[in-house]
Structures are given as structure tokens and as C-alpha cells.
Design a protein around this ligand. Structure first.
Ligand SMILES: [Zn+2]
Length: 135
């Protein structure tokens, strides 16, 4: 695993256990993954890592802002996302692509501010673009 990943776990104040390493490594490869995808990937490498351990690690990673999650607009499935910085998504069938565009985020922020959309500060803008299915 690259040191960037290791550092994110340590910086969050979590001990770098072999199991946490396995889960993070799986996410580094998968980028966006359902819990089933992660379980399959982790257990194909190490059968000793139990389901409850994987669930616990995913919860702690989300709480520590090491992972984020998104819902697929078509399937309603929840995906863990290795990228926590503000970014957008392009959904093409079952595939999910990241779309990073700070200009788009800023445009929406400015627009919403001009409409006095909320008194609160906007924490995150996430645009979901779904491509038309070719039937
Ligand atoms: Zn993403």
C-alpha cells in the first residue's frame, strides 16, 4: 500500500491493524464499492477477517472521514467511496466515475447563495449525473 493511505489511517488516530490495512487496500483498488464487494475482495485475500470486523472497520473509517459514501441513484445501493474530498459522480449503468470539478461546485455554491437557499453554510456539493440507458 502507498504511504498516503497508511498516513490517512494513522492521522485519523486509528491503529494500523492488518485488518484495517486489508480493508483500506481493497478500497484503494475498488475506489467505489458496496459492502459485498469489499467483503469479497478482503476475504479472497484473507479468510480470517470476519464480516463483523469488516463492518466495524468501515464504520470507523467513515466516522474518521477516511471513506465517504454515496447512493447509486438507479439501484439505491450504498457505495463506499475512497475519495472524501468534494467531488461529483457520473453514473453509467452500474459503473460509477468520479468527476472532480471545483468550478462546477463553486458555480452552484454562488448560485444557491444568491437565492438565499439556506442560512447555514453549505458543507458539500455533490452533483450526480446519470447517463441515458441505451436500450
Ligand atoms: Zn467518488
Amino acid at each position: 500500500m502507498n504511504s498516503e493511505g497508511l498516513n490517512r489511517i494513522k492521522e485519523a488516530g486509528l491503529k494500523l491493524t492488518p485488518q484495517r490495512r486489508e480493508v483500506y487496500e481493497a478500497m484503494m483498488q475498488l475506489r467505489h464499492a458496496t459492502v459485498e464487494d469489499i467483503i469479497e475482495r478482503v476475504q479472497s485475500r484473507n479468510k480470517e477477517v470476519t464480516l463483523s470486523t469488516i463492518y466495524r472497520i468501515l464504520d470507523s473509517f467513515c466516522a474518521a472521514n477516511i471513506l465517504s459514501f454515496i447512493y447509486h441513484p438507479d439501484t439505491g445501493k450504498c457505495y463506499y467511496d475512497i475519495t472524501v474530498a468534494e467531488h461529483h459522480h457520473l453514473f453509467d449503468g452500474t459503473s460509477i466515475e468520479d468527476y472532480a470539478d471545483t468550478e462546477l461546485s463553486q458555480l452552484i455554491r454562488t448560485y444557491l447563495e444568491s437565492k438565499h437557499f439556506t442560512e447555514e453554510e453549505i458543507a458539500k456539493i455533490q452533483v450526480q449525473v446519470t447517463l441515458k440507458k441505451n436500450v
